[in-house]
Ligand binder design. Structure first.
Ligand SMILES: C[S@@+](CC[C@H](N)C(=O)[O-])C[C@H]1O[C@@H](n2cnc3c(N)ncnc32)[C@H](O)[C@@H]1O
Length: 264
């Protein structure tokens, strides 16, 4: 399975090094809310709802949804991530279910079981079959339920560096791009054992079309130019604490947010 060794390794490392930019496990255990304001706003009140978190990594965000009252299930294809997620749930004293599965082939027992399907921050770039991913999300929803996707904007993904301004990635198309990775976005100084990876660029048009093809009705599509985290370590933080991507006198979007509903 492409990318699995890379994510097994990252699931082992994330949250364990002093310079980790994203996964502070101790403060999470002490009660810190790890979800961004954009995710909270897009997903809304989760109390009592069945929530499926796709590509949950080692479960910190899934467990935050549980902390907010959701009956949460996390899915990830990395057995290391799933094992760590279960351990973290025990340590946090929070109830959640974790399932090891490819999000392009969700198991049938998840069908029709959820009010919300949620995925965020570094999701679709790992997915070769976008239609299969969207059909899986639609299959897991109950009629009237919604998919909420908050992910890196394809315009932002095209940029390799800001100074000098270098673009090295296509705006969509879905073609496989292979590279050997020996670091992680979470700990910029850390060198890791080299792993083969495959990533896929999708345009916003391709993502919205895949949602519609899966039978979902898109109810909102947001493009966000000021966000509260710097997903790839490219951005500088303004005095208001938000990160922006300068583009001449204006700004390019960093994240997009999609909400799409399975009709009744
Ligand atoms: C950048 S992380 C997502 C961030 C996550 N929202 C979090 O809370 O940290 C990407 C995740 O996607 C998972 N993944 C990649 N390809 C997958 C696939 N085909 N099926 C299931 N999980 C996958 C990886 O194991 C990893 O945990």
């Amino acid at each position: 399975m492409p990318n699995r060794a890379l994510w097994d390794l990252r699931a082992r490392v994330h949250g364990t090094t002093a310079d980790d930019r994203f996964y502070d496990v101790e403060s999470f255990l002490a009660g810190r809310q790890t979800l961004t304001s954009l995710e909270r706003e897009m997903v809304g009140d989760v109390a009592g709802k069945d929530l499926l978190h796709l590509q949950c990594h080692f479960g910190m965000d899934t467990l935050n949804w549980a902390r907010l009252g959701a009956k949460a299930t996390g899915v990830d294809f990395s057995p290391v991530a799933v094992e760590r997620a279960r351990e973290l749930a025990d340590r946090a004293g929070l109830a959640a279910t974790f399932v090891e599965a490819d999000t392009q082939r969700l198991p049938a027992h998840l069908a029709d079981g959820f009010d919300l399907v949620v995925a965020s921050h570094g999701v679709l770039c790992w997915i070769g079959d976008l239609d299969a991913w969207m059909s899986g999300a639609a299959m897991a929803l109950r009629p009237g339920g919604s998919l909420v996707l908050v992910d890196l904007h394809p315009a932002y993904q095209t940029i390799a560096s800001l100074d000098p301004f270098v673009v090295d990635w296509p705006y969509g198309g879905g073609e496989a791009h292979r590279e050997t990775i020996s670091d992680t976005y979470a700990s910029p100084g850390l060198e890791t054992e080299p792993q083969e990876s495959v990533q896929y660029p999708y345009s916003l048009g391709e993502i919205v079309t895949a949602a519609a093809t899966a039978g979902l009705t898109v109810t909102s599509l947001g493009e966000h130019v000021a966000v509260d985290l710097d997903p790839r370590g490219l951005l500088t933080r303004g005095e208001d604490g938000l990160y922006r991507l300068p583009f001449g006198d204006s700004h390019l979007p960093i994240l997009y947010s999609l909400r799409a509903r399975l009709p009744d």
